[in-house]
Design a protein. Structure first.
Length: 280
């Protein structure tokens, strides 16, 4: 596969299969929790992908709220509430001790369908809620936090959850963990780039060097001073960052690959600063 150009590759077969499975499960659940990366409140949401989540009641969760500025995020909470008509919560599955509001909302959203089923003569059962979202947004982490266990596997890469998995949270709620999918057209490279920055796209699909350069370009446009202060270089380039850290490969050239990996990691771990990369 060519990785030298800025073109992020999808695996259409794999995505089509995951999308089909997701739609199959949709008919079985009472509601959906859509997990969104708070750094990309619009780009990492399924909201503008028509038809994918049907008309199920939905809770939008802006996760990784610890990695962004709270006030800035609040404006997106309002925007998404207005746009979608669904409740929107912020969450931090890494540090927060209490995510119980999510349980409460999920149970509430499911109640109308459970009531309808009971009217048809079925016995009350726990709410069934599917947790969906793009890869790496924190779906499995949230479920683990809610069960206070490690029932689902988590990881800092796209594609860690491979299978759908039901997890009982309490007698009122069952959650379905799903593999993240990016159901969008390959042509939307601007959005694909942003998803690569937050690690929602499999690392095999792009070159670290190109994505890191793009990220530096974007951050430098929006937050030049923060970036200068963090990397302490005059010219913000992978070359200069490598040299300033003395990351040199044989022949005396700067180690660009190593630098690119570090820049991406600095951003993904929130070390450089708290940034939202979407515009209202
Ligand atoms: N900083 C931060 N990291 C998180 C949060 N939630 C999940 N993560 C990290 O993001 C990565 C992906 O999490 P995972 O639950 O596997 O995502 P999934 O692919 O959506 O199931 C892991 O390294 C988690 O530790 C969060 O709220 N804040
Ligand atoms: Mg997962």
């Amino acid at each position: 596969m060519k990785k030298d150009k800025l073109h992020i590759h999808w695996y259409p077969g794999h995505i089509a299969k995951a999308e089909k499975k997701l739609k199959e499960q949709l008919s079985l659940v009472d509601a959906v929790i859509e997990v969104i990366d708070a750094r990309l409140p619009l780009s990492s949401s399924y909201d503008n992908i028509t038809g994918l989540l049907g008309d199920k009641p939905r809770l939008l969760l802006l996760n990784k709220a610890d990695l962004v500025n709270t006030q800035e995020l609040n404006t997106f909470v309002k925007l998404l509430e207005e746009k979608s008509g669904f409740p929107v919560l912020k969450s931090d599955a890494k540090n927060s001790k209490d995510l119980n509001l999510i349980v409460k909302k999920a149970v509430e959203l499911s109640e109308p369908r459970i009531q309808a089923l009971m009217k048809k003569g079925l016995l009350r059962r726990p709410a069934r809620v599917m947790v969906v979202g793009m890869p790496n947004v924190g779906k499995s982490s949230i479920i683990n936090k809610l069960t206070k266990s490690s029932k689902t596997k988590i990881g800092a890469k796209a594609g860690v959850t491979r299978q759908q998995q039901w997890v009982r949270i309490n007698p009122q709620l069952d959650l379905l963990d799903t593999p993240g999918i990016i159901p969008m057209k390959q042509e939307d490279q601007a959005r694909a780039k942003k998803l690569a920055f937050v690690n929602a796209v499999s690392e095999n699909a792009y070159s670290n060097e190109i994505v890191a350069k793009e990220l530096l370009g974007l951050l430098n446009e929006k937050y030049p001073q923060i970036l200068k202060d963090f990397y302490k270089v005059e010219n913000l380039s992978l070359d200069d960052i490598a040299k300033s850290r003395n990351w040199i490969v044989s022949g005396g050239n700067p180690d660009i690959e190593r630098t690119a990996v570090y820049v991406l990691r600095d951003f993904r771990e929130g070390k450089i600063g708290k940034f939202i990369l979407d515009e209202i």
